[in-house]
Design a protein around this ligand. Structure first.
Ligand code: HEM
Length: 320
């Protein structure tokens, strides 16, 4: 990972701000019980930048990047002697009247990105080879770019993401939030599958009201009055008591297999504050006002839900 200039954090973060690519793997694993397993994981994580270099050098234009996230339970086993992020805890299930954001296992997340599928494949091959029996794969989802960055519901996904300096402001912990883990980022993942028949039975206008944007040209719709059913984009907008908006960075990817009837969106959100993503989930599943949940969920069911913390690259190197 090359040294980059970060205005607000004095140390080298991971590649949280890497661009959206054509291909990605979301690899979630658990760590075996044996103490040797932890030792192997520490070695591999400490050297992850060299493993990434093995692959990225083979096509420097392919924007290869890998971000490692560590789960709450795994943190104390793997990062022994190193500080613990103050907000880190296991994903808390959110039970709404109709839909539940489930909480599922996961000790490590590898968010692998490149514009070439073969680079993601090759990195994963080398990574899992190095980890061996130390880990068990819980889920490996292969995401792909769908036309002009659309999700499989047909909408452009990622528009309101922060850009430029705002990416760092939204994603990287500073001394103000947590001096011990500066340069790190909370990461939440959820693997959603869609009911495409149900969704496609809606008119385009009904779908647009669910999302809050026009389908073809992506123009934002005006919010309904306070107290009425809100669209997804408004339920996912977090404004604090001072009127400040708290953004997150999303690198969602479609995945699926038409022959198996599988059509999904892999949600991944990075934030310097975990509570922001948790509040989004609360507003989506419980509703705002409560009872008026995000209608997107009537056609999208989360199969997983896991929280991680992606420490700075500097902190990972301390595992050496
Ligand atoms: C906005 C799709 C789940 C957070 C959007 C937009 C789409 C979309 C199409 C509008 C365009 C854009 O700004 O990107 C989806 C799909 C999901 C999903 C298909 C899963 C089935 C989630 C979850 C969260 C979330 C679980 C947070 C926990 C956001 C945020 C925005 C957004 C923060 C931008 C709001 C704004 O400032 O306008 N999403 N989303 N999304 N979504 Fe999602």
């Amino acid at each position: 990972m090359s040294a980059r200039v970060h205005a607000r954090v004095p140390i080298e973060p991971q590649s949280v701000d890497a661009p959206l690519t054509n291909s990605a793997n979301f690899l979630v694993v658990t760590i075996a019980d044996a103490s040797e397993a932890v030792a192997t994981v520490r070695e591999v994580l400490a050297d992850i930048d060299n493993l990434a270099k093995n692959v990225s050098i083979r096509d420097l234009d392919a924007s290869f990047a890998c971000t490692v996230g560590i789960g709450s339970d795994a943190w104390d086993r793997v990062m022994t002697g190193l500080p613990r992020p103050s907000e880190l805890h296991p994903f808390r299930a959110v039970r709404g009247q109709k839909h539940t954001a489930v909480s599922t296992p996961g000790d490590l997340l590898f968010h692998i990105r490149a514009n070439r599928r073969d680079l993601c494949f090759e990195f994963e091959r080398q990574l899992l080879g190095a980890l061996g029996d130390a880990v068990k794969v819980v889920d490996d989802t292969e995401g792909f770019r769908y036309f002009d960055v659309r999700d499989l519901l047909g909408f452009v996904d990622g528009t309101a993401n922060p850009v430029g300096q705002d990416v760092e402001v939204a994603t990287l912990v500073t001394a103000q939030e947590d001096a011990a883990v500066v340069g790190g980022s909370y990461v939440v993942v959820q693997k959603y599958v869609h009911n495409m028949d149900g969704w496609n039975a809606l008119s385009t206008e009904q779908q647009e009201a669910v999302i809050g944007r026009k389908k073809l040209d992506n123009v934002e719709l005006k919010d309904p009055a306070e107290g009425k059913q809100q669209p997804h984009k408004s339920l996912a907008t977090i404004v604090d008591d001072n009127g400040d908006v708290h953004e997150i960075l999303r690198d969602n990817m479609p995945f699926g297999n038409p022959s198996k009837g599988e059509f999904g969106t892999y949600f991944i959100g990075y934030s310097k504050e975990l509570w922001v993503i948790e509040r989004m989930l609360h507003r989506m599943f419980i509703g705002h006002p409560p009872g008026l949940h995000d209608k997107l969920l009537d056609w999208s069911k989360p199969l997983t839900g896991v929280t991680f913390f992606a420490p700075s690259a500097d902190l990972l190197k301390k595992l050496r």
